[in-house]
Write a protein that binds this ligand. Structure first.
Ligand SMILES: NC(=O)c1ccc[n+]([C@@H]2O[C@H](COP(=O)([O-])OP(=O)(O)OC[C@H]3O[C@@H](n4cnc5c(N)ncnc54)[C@H](OP(=O)(O)O)[C@@H]3O)[C@@H](O)[C@H]2O)c1
Length: 359
């Protein structure tokens, strides 16, 4: 159990805010800044990696975050798990794939920050205090990164890049026209920060773009579909299906046999959402039957993808190791630091996750 109730947390925040406002009123600016700097800092913990091996292999990521934050404010007290020091001093926890059950040890935590756009890695922990705000990264650098990845694989499919590479292996000169933009309509599942940007850019490139989201959206030039009622219609207009959804109870296993059956025949799949969106056996059957002609997968149920997994050697599947968009601490640190200062001042945080919706 956490010792502080929500009311107590609120009271402390209000007192901090009043202190802040009083200081600002009565103290000249240089003195005010000094007082703020001298005020006790909240200790921040960086908690990356589900197992020791992952923690070691991602040590660079933790260090990069620490450095990016210290570059913004050298006075910050930042600790990297397992060197957490006194657990009761930790008030902000930055996580990626933490060991489930660990967060409950930090009784004075005031917020959990996902070091990624997705938050499903946090919700696998059954012990999270539901009163804690969960915040995520929303970064235009990440959006550009994932849009470039998606555009690259859309183009490689339309221009048959893999096909020519295969022919070259056997020195075969074989002329067959590539597809055209007019042949292949895009369908993007998820029109949030990342999917919305992908839809706009692909549409500006001259492709026909259909987009599907939970609630109706208005993106210029994009054919919009929303909710369960319009899902099948959305699929029926789609040749290249791109999953950019968050992983929730509603979206888990959404890339399945039934979904594929509504797509145009010979459709292509790009999954940059999460591995748990895809029913793997259904993809293999759809490729065998010709319902799908190929797939590009960046995310997997088990990561790293096991060496004996059939996806590795499948001729129509392209595998990338969850790199469609990697959080860049340098571009993302300013928003995290701003939220840290808001937390200190008792102000509302931005980029908060809606716990009801799960994203
Ligand atoms: N592969 C990678 O490297 C990588 C990198 C970053 C992120 N990702 C993945 O990309 C996901 C999306 O990130 P984001 O920042 O774009 O998220 P976001 O801004 O929260 O957008 C999520 C979108 O999905 C829609 N959605 C959610 N549940 C739905 C449902 N049941 N039916 C229809 N639409 C639904 C939402 O609809 P509403 O707008 O109506 O709410 C929203 O448009 C992340 O959660 C993560 O899993 C992958």
């Amino acid at each position: 159990m956490r010792p502080q109730s929500e009311t107590q947390i609120g009271a402390v925040s209000t007192i901090r805010l009043l202190q802040f406002q009083l200081l600002r009123k009565f103290v000249t600016m240089p003195v005010f800044i000094n007082l703020m700097v001298a005020a006790p800092q909240m200790a921040i913990l960086i908690l990356v990696g589900r197992h020791d091996s992952e923690r070691h292999s991602m040590q660079w990521f933790s260090q990069a975050w620490k450095q990016a934050l210290l570059d913004l404010d050298p006075a910050l007290d930042i600790r990297i798990w397992p060197d957490a020091g006194n657990h009761s001093e930790i008030e902000l926890i930055l996580v990626w794939n933490h060991p489930p059950g660990l967060l409950k040890q930090f009784h004075h935590a005031k917020a959990i920050y996902s070091l990624a756009a997705g938050v499903d890695h946090i919700f696998v922990d059954p012990d999270i205090d539901s009163r804690l705000p969960i915040v995520r990264i929303v970064d235009s650098y990440m959006a550009n990164d994932i849009v470039q990845y998606v555009a690259a694989y859309v183009l490689q499919y339309i221009k048959r890049v893999q096909h020519w590479a295969d022919k070259q292996k056997n020195s075969v000169w074989y002329k067959q026209p590539p597809f055209t933009f007019a042949d292949k309509a895009i369908g993007i599942m998820g029109l949030g920060h990342l999917g919305g940007k992908a839809a706009s850019i692909l549409q500006q490139m001259g492709l026909t773009v259909n987009g599907w989201s939970q609630s109706p959206k208005q993106l210029p030039g994009v054919n919009q579909f929303a909710g369960d009622a319009q899902f099948h219609e959305f699929l029926s207009h789609t040749d290249i299906l791109i999953c950019m959804l968050p992983l929730t109870a509603k979206t888990e296993n959404i890339l399945n046999r039934n979904t594929f059956s509504y797509l145009r025949n010979g459709a292509y799949l790009i999954n940059v959402g999460r591995g748990q969106h895809l029913v793997e056996e259904d993809l293999l059957s759809a490729l065998s039957s010709g319902q799908l002609s190929g797939a590009c997968l960046d995310v997997f149920r088990q990561e790293p993808l096991p060496q004996n997994h059939p996806f590795w050697s499948h001729p129509d599947i392209r595998v990338t190791p969850h790199i469609a968009s990697v959080t860049n601490p340098v571009t993302a640190a300013p928003q995290l630091y701003e939220n840290y200062r808001r937390l200190m001042a008792g102000l509302p945080l931005f980029n908060r996750v809606d716990l009801q919706k799960g994203y």
